[in-house]
Design a protein around this ligand. Structure first.
Ligand SMILES: Nc1ncnc2c1ncn2[C@@H]1O[C@H](COP(=O)(O)OP(=O)(O)OP(=O)(O)O)[C@@H](O)[C@H]1O
Ligand SMILES: O=P(O)(O)O[C@H]1[C@H](OP(=O)(O)O)[C@@H](OP(=O)(O)O)[C@@H](O)[C@@H](O)[C@@H]1OP(=O)(O)O
Ligand SMILES: [Mg+2]
Ligand SMILES: [Mg+2]
Length: 322
């Protein structure tokens, strides 16, 4: 379709933090959408949405109360305009406990071979439990300590690999302790955009040998390990690391597609990704360790046509239910 003035044009409003806007609203996406008759409109989150021109769809990743209120009023007055996605549904992903409950509660046809689950985890609310022992329950070291909140703040990505009881002492409750699972140093990031599913490989923490488990002590901080930039990757190579991802086999696509579909239905969300690792001890066992709302789609191959197709579906379909 051309963008001639006679043809109907659609307006997709976006409300994003500056960093997200910078990475997601690329000139290539604007142009791709424009050519399909879709204009991407930057919204002012502090001004009533009804006063910001006709909107055919709203996408957003902002969580302050004023924005939620603004969105709430808009949804009441314009119930037919799809809001992707509903703040109530997104909320579940802001806590690392409720996030993984999505997975444990999935009604999913059991596949012949592949199985899925989540690593064992506990949430520690009481600071004295960390210093006094007994925090682990039935978990075994090493564990990963993750902030309970996954709300997009810088601290929400600050993690620690904890080798022993001593290592727990630097942590502050509340915190999630999750069993570390060896997985060959590779994670699979599965991007979901409505009905579209795309899996990519990323680097992860390397396996920890039995020997290392016995000799390592304390804790090791890390953050956004799978978001290494190209320069950092180059540096890794200079240091002689050969961790080429090319040879790593992807999980079966049918399995990932079914899983993504079940998650999308159960959460009521259209825009998310999830991190999957393959258990090094059991190649048919997949563990979901993280789910992110509105992730870095610009890192996904062909994100412009994929997102444009999604916008098109949203603005042209009468129903926007997932
Ligand atoms: N249970 C686990 N066993 C082994 N490695 C893990 C485990 N949990 C997390 N990791 C590693 O730590 C990384 C960060 O964990 P996680 O994905 O939960 O954090 P995040 O900050 O929410 O990540 P993102 O940037 O994707 O939002 C993972 O990508 C993976 O490399
Ligand atoms: O841009 P944002 O601030 O939303 O950052 C998100 C980041 O995307 P970016 O690549 O655009 O930074 C995502 O990366 P990928 O999973 O796609 O690799 C992932 O780390 C999310 O957890 C982050 O969301 P947050 O949890 O911090 O809200
Ligand atoms: Mg992650
Ligand atoms: Mg995350």
């Amino acid at each position: 379709m051309s963008d001639s003035t006679q043809e109907k044009r659609y307006r997709v409003g976006y409300a994003l933090a500056a960093k997200k806007e910078h990475s997601f609203i690329q000139p290539s996406l604007i142009e791709h959408s424009r050519q399909r008759g879709i204009d991407l409109i930057k919204l002012n989150p502090t001004k009533p949405l009804l006063e910001q021109g006709k909107l055919d769809c709203v996408i957003h990743k902002l969580y302050d109360l004023d924005w939620k209120q603004n969105l709430h009023e808009f949804r009441e007055k314009c119930p037919n305009v799809p809001v992707v996605d509903s703040p109530e549904d997104i909320e579940k992903l802001h806590n690392r406990v409720s996030m993984l409950e999505v997975i444990t509660q999935l009604n999913f046809p059991v596949s012949e071979s592949e199985r899925f689950g989540v690593p064992k985890q506990v949430v520690v609310m009481d600071p004295s439990v960390l210093s006094g022992g007994g925090a682990l329950g039935e978990l075994e070291f090493p564990v990963i300590a993750k902030p309970v909140d996954a709300d997009g703040s810088a601290t929400s990505h600050k993690m620690f690999l904890i080798y022993d009881q001593e290592g727990l002492k630097i942590l502050k409750a509340p915190i999630v302790l999750q069993e570390f699972v060896n997985h060959g140093g590779v994670i699979f990031k599965v991007y979901v955009v409505g009905g579209y599913v795309k899996c990519v490989k990323r680097r992860s923490l390397p396996d920890i040998s039995e020997e290392k488990i016995g000799t390592s002590k304390g804790s090791l901080p890390f953050s956004q390990i799978s978001n290494l930039t190209a320069t950092q990757e180059e540096k890794n190579k200079e240091y002689g690391e050969d961790r080429s991802l090319e040879k790593v086999e992807m999980p079966p696509s049918r399995f990932l597609e079914e899983l993504a579909k079940a998650m999308r239905r159960s959460m009521g969300l259209n825009l998310f990704n999830f991190d999957v690792i393959r258990d090094a001890r059991d190649g048919d066992r997949y563990l979901i360790i993280d789910i992110n709302y509105f992730p870095g789609y610009a890192k996904m191959p062909c994100y412009e046509p994929v997102l444009t197709d999604f916008f098109w579906d949203m603005v042209t379909k009468k129903s926007h239910h997932v």
